[in-house]
Design a protein around this ligand. Structure first.
Ligand code: PLP
Length: 381
């Protein structure tokens, strides 16, 4: 079966109700029939709601199948899908190497929380590839990647980095939110743990916050243990919503990607735009990795503006009427933000605020282009 067909079949309820979607079971108590069973639940059954009931299990099954994973930890947000695996693999005296383009709140966790537990953090230029060997030693416990970075879109060579990490026994964790686990398969490329914000494309409707971290083998066992020990739980309602979003993931992403490329091409011809940063374009520095590792693009990309100053960029954004000004891309509605890249300037950061990121939704792309024209008209001198 082709992936799109499988997307309609995975995570369906087992058992004879005839329903194609799981029930939303709300419950903490799950009674046992016998005293013996209380401590010896049969496989697939639990006696405590925190472990998740049918909706959570259905979502886990579906996401595991897409990624070829043995376990899917479900977490209350995308951010916690990044922090849980990090906590599961680091310990006092260890080091973490992180790509310098990682999501701001992940960066804050790395720099402010982990050092308190005796863990050293080093940020490396995202395009370092196998050059990461020069930073490796036996103290490195985790390498954290985000490919592409969600503001500046550097792709990382996951196979090359993973090969170096394996030599010292470090665990490679990827933030795979851009691809929704759908356009790229980090576990097949050599990563140990693939984490994503289900909040974005999988949810797809800007109405839930949820995360997932997926792994195989030993890493899966460790992740499952930490998920349980930390008391991570997501509501059956949110899991159900994510599974519902998953059914239409492929069509939504395809549509957003087509519109985004059309809009990016249009923007690339505008005099106000100095560069379009979109990994599916041949002028992107990592386009070769994109072609090797991704089956397609999402609807997320950025531009840098000419003669930028913050006031001008804000005037441009304020004139937009269809684009919303907001952060949580991957929904049905298009969004724009101006942003300061997190990474160091010597790692390739553009001017603070010259960067505008777009998340393209499901509107007609010509309407979005007309909206951008209004934005440019507002800053014409
Ligand atoms: C949004 C986002 C997250 C965090 O997801 P939340 O559900 O908002 O916590 C993590 N990483 C990336 C790349 C994101 O875009």
């Amino acid at each position: 079966m082709k992936p799109e067909t499988r997307l309609t079949r995975i995570g369906r309820p087992h058992g004879g109700t005839g329903l194609v979607n799981p029930a939303v079971e709300r419950g903490s108590t799950v009674l046992a029939d016998t005293a013996h069973e209380l401590y010896n639940a049969p496989p697939g059954k639990t006696h405590y709601g925190r472990m998740g009931l049918s909706a959570q299990s259905a979502l886990r099954d579906a996401l595991c199948e897409i990624s070829g994973a043995d376990w899917c930890a479900l977490t209350p947000s995308g951010l916690s899908a990044m922090t849980l695996p990090l906590l599961a693999v680091v310990s006092n005296g260890g080091r973490v190497l992180a790509a310098d383009c990682v999501y701001g709140p992940t960066r804050k966790f790395l720099t402010e929380v982990l050092p308190r537990y005796g863990v050293e953090i080093e940020f490396f230029p995202p395009r370092l590839g196998s050059g990461i060997a020069s930073l490796m030693d036996e103290r490195v416990q985790a390498v954290f990647l985000e490919s592409p970075g969600s503001l500046t879109f550097e792709l990382q060579d996951i196979p090359a980095v993973s090969a170096e990490a394996r030599k010292v026994g470090a665990v490679v964790i990827t933030d795979d939110t851009y691809s929704a686990g759908w356009l790229m398969k980090p576990l097949d490329l050599g990563a140990d743990i693939a984490a994503q914000a289900l909040t974005k494309y999988v949810g797809g409707h800007s109405d839930i916050l949820l995360g997932a971290a997926l792994a195989r083998g030993n890493a899966a066992e460790r992740l499952k243990d930490y998920e349980r020990t930390f008391g991570c739980h997501v509501s059956p309602d949110d899991a159900w919503m994510a599974l519902r979003g998953l059914r239409t993931l492929a069509v939504r992403m395809t549509r957003s990607a087509e519109s985004a490329l059309k809009i990016a091409d249009w923007l690339s011809k505008r005099p106000e735009v100095t560069s379009v940063i979109h990994p599916a374009r041949t002028d992107h520095p990592d386009h070769a990795i994109f072609q090797r590792d991704f089956s397609g693009a999402s609807g997320l990309f950025a531009v840098t503006l000419r003669d930028f100053n913050r006031q001008r960029t804000e005037a441009f954004l304020d004139a937009l009427q269809i684009f919303g000004l907001g952060f949580s891309w991957g929904g049905y509605e298009s969004l724009a933000i101006h942003c300061g890249p997190q990474l160091r300037r010597d790692h390739g950061a553009p001017d603070d605020g010259a960067l505008v990121r777009f998340g393209i939704g499901l509107e007609d792309p010509d309407d979005l282009i007309a909206d951008l024209e209004k934005g440019f008209a507002a800053i014409a001198v």
